[in-house]
Design a protein around this ligand. Structure first.
Ligand code: MN
Length: 323
């Protein structure tokens, strides 16, 4: 990743001010990576602005709210109105997504030069005309990438930011399980050395009772479609993130080696998230349905079909696997 960090150093030295933004409905990986990058940019004596509506924190989930309550370091936030006051030559850096519609304020990418750094599977609706575009789908989290960037710069990150980054790695790997390499554990070690607090991290990762019940209701509607493959249909409208979370959670149950979650993510758009512990190739199934990914982590989005049709297509594909 040294080449990436050199490139980022070059880019940072070229501009005066930076808008750093994660995805809409941020999670702790998105937030942690953004905060870490803001601190890195400031270490170059440049101005970093986090794109987040901090006057309206109740719009965000409880993890994000709590993180802000604990922040000691002053991070300047901008929103869709206040960003206009930023002066100088501005670079917009997008982290943890590469899709314009996943941004809280997609218009921003047409206003400034944009850099995208992500670890999600490349979607055809990726942000085009960027100054620099980087995706590494083998990476556990953006928090891991930013942790190693700070380490590369010999920068000791703020304790609370290091704690949020640690929580970010934990969230994205589902507790150091998915996509976890020795480098991921190492990143956790680096963050602890920087002063990350594992008790505060646990507090940050807590969910509200409502969030828990919503998730548990999804899971309680899951069923097995073969001896070792679980499926869950999410009723009502849901987000891609919820689909991914449910598919990941299903993998933690006994006898489940692969999982599929299906839900309506938009009008006439069905999303599928697929996960595998490794033996079953879920990418193959998602590819057949117009999606892609990795053998253990794949997804697709389908237009013009019902939940029932998509569900049957997956069940048929799974049957064909055994043949
Ligand atoms: Mn992430």
């Amino acid at each position: 990743m040294e080449d990436l960090y050199k490139k980022m150093n070059e880019l940072i030295s070229e501009y005066d001010s930076f808008i750093v933004m994660g995805h809409k409905n941020p999670d702790l990986d998105s937030l942690g990576a953004c905060l870490g990058l803001c601190e890195i940019i400031e270490s170059f004596n440049k101005k970093a602005y986090l794109f987040l509506n901090d006057s309206n924190l109740e719009n965000y989930n409880s993890n994000i709210n709590q993180s802000f309550e604990r922040m000691e370091k002053n991070i300047i936030c901008v929103n869709d109105k206040t960003y206009k006051k930023i002066s100088g030559n501005i670079l917009n850096i997008v982290l943890d997504t590469h899709i314009a519609l996943r941004l809280e304020y997609p218009d921003i990418i047409n206003k400034f030069d944009t850099v995208v750094l992500d670890h999600h599977i490349k979607n055809k609706d990726y942000i085009k005309n960027t100054r620099f575009f980087y995706i590494d789908t083998n990476l556990s989290s953006m928090s891991e990438l930013i942790t190693y960037y700070a380490k590369y710069l010999n920068l000791d990150l703020d304790n609370v930011i290091a704690t949020i980054l640690l929580a970010g790695i934990e969230i994205d790997t589902n507790g150091f399980n998915l996509k976890t390499t020795s480098k991921t554990y190492n990143a956790a070690g680096i963050l602890l050395d920087m002063g990350a607090d594992s008790i505060i991290k646990q507090e940050l990762l807590k969910e509200t009772k409502e969030e828990y019940i919503k998730r548990a209701t999804f899971i309680s509607n899951s069923f097995m479609i073969s001896e070792n493959i679980a499926m869950c249909i999410l009723n009502g409208k849901c987000t891609s993130l919820e689909l991914a979370e449910v598919a990941e959670e299903l993998l933690t149950f006994e006898d489940v080696e692969a999982s599929f979650s299906i839900g309506k993510i938009d009008n006439d758009l069905i999303g599928v998230s697929a996960r595998s512990l490794g033996k079953i190739d879920v990418e193959e199934i998602m590819k057949k349905m117009g999606g892609g990914g990795h053998s253990s982590n794949a997804a697709t989005q389908i237009k013009g079909k019902t939940l029932k049709e998509v569900r049957q297509e997956i069940i048929d594909s799974v049957k064909n696997l055994d043949k």
